[in-house]
Design a protein around this ligand. Sequence first.
Ligand SMILES: C[S@@+](CC[C@H](N)C(=O)[O-])C[C@H]1O[C@@H](n2cnc3c(N)ncnc32)[C@H](O)[C@@H]1O
Length: 236
Amino acid sequence: MTGKFYGIGVGPGAPELLTIKAAEVLKSVDVICVPRSSLDNDSVALKVAGAYIPAATQVMEVFTPMTRDKNVLEAEWQRGAERIAAELREGKHVAFLTIGDAMLFSTYSYLLKRVKVLLPEVEVESIPGITSFAAAAAHINAALAEGNEKLAIIPAVDDPQELYSILQEFPNAVLMKVAGKYEEIVSVLEKTGLKEKSVYISKLGYPDQFISYDLDCLRNRKRDYLSLILVKREGF
Ligand SMILES: C[S@@+](CC[C@H](N)C(=O)[O-])C[C@H]1O[C@@H](n2cnc3c(N)ncnc32)[C@H](O)[C@@H]1O
């Protein structure tokens, strides 16, 4: 019989923010599958969930290159999905781990589509995790949005003009994957008068977590991939 495929959001980083449901499933599966980018020595998600995984569980890494080249990504996702499908066909239960929530900007959703094509009958369960920005807002004790306020979630800034327009419209925003285009982002925040209404949060829940309300101090410095900016027009 085909095994069951799980997608598990392991939360933002602190192991205690992983859900009880996720911890239960981690104990029961045969194979833990983790994304591994060329930047990491070890999978970040595996480190977060490590304490909940029995030592004998098989760990399988799926390569997720840090590129925007669709062809390269598609080829790796297909390769990953085929390896997962092979384990499922053997009757093994497989869990794919993802940082934060499983359904937000996650390799899991790309793999899931392909696994379902390879094994249309496979049973799937996606277990949500606390997103990085929910944990970030909680950490600084600030509401992401109140009443009927809108909240924009922006994955990566390609076009500073587009960011400018979004920030005019939305009173609250979460800017993710900010490390690369940081200088451009801060310039837009400055132009919209929001630079002092923003906070930079990096590696939340990790030993080297870093938080700054002074966005200028991060200019021309190395920023970690695990970093985001919360913006609140009324300020924090
Ligand atoms: C590919 S997305 C993954 C999002 C994730 N699925 C979630 O629910 O938050 C990666 C981005 O999430 C944000 N992120 C994830 N973990 C974080 C952390 N511990 N601290 C700060 N930002 C984090 C960063 O903006 C990073 O560039």
